[in-house]
Design a protein. Structure first.
Length: 142
């Protein structure tokens, strides 16, 4: 089984109605988990996972460091996927988006959707996305 280190960034917007996180539906052009919902994610190519998180947010969502505020860094999560022959080490991050209207999804995604965090359990996501979210956002499994 191959090991791959990745980051997952959850983008948060706050409103009078409560918190929402952004889910992105993966396109058919990506290498894994096509059509599934995810956060902003990517392989760790740099030595620092946080630096990779900023790179991925710029590439996948069009957001710069000035567009977001880091709220929380979670403990890495091991995700085993025998079907993909992968052992993912996921480094989770939670960022608040200052201007959500600035988000521009790239070719890796075909749809974006703001949801209440507890709704993540209702979506067909990449493996263990809800557990990854729980590393950076207080959430209980229904």
């Amino acid at each position: 089984m191959r090991e791959a280190k990745v980051i997952t960034c959850f983008l948060l917007r706050r409103s009078g109605d409560g918190d929402e996180i952004l889910l992105l539906r993966r396109s058919q052009q990506v290498g894994t988990y096509r059509g599934r919902w995810a956060g902003v994610s990517g392989y760790i190519e740099e030595t620092d996972p946080l630096a990779q998180a900023y790179t991925e947010m710029e590439e996948e969502a069009g957001l710069t460091r000035e567009d977001v505020q880091l709220l929380r860094t979670g403990e890495p999560l091991e995700v085993m996927d025998a079907e993909a022959d992968r052992r993912w080490i996921v480094h989770p991050f939670l960022f608040e988006v200052r201007e959500p209207s600035r988000i521009r999804a790239d070719w890796e995604h075909v749809e974006t959707r703001w949801i209440r965090p507890e709704e993540v359990f209702q979506y067909e996501t990449v493996p263990q996305l809800a557990e990854t979210l729980m590393r950076v956002y207080p959430l209980r499994r229904p």
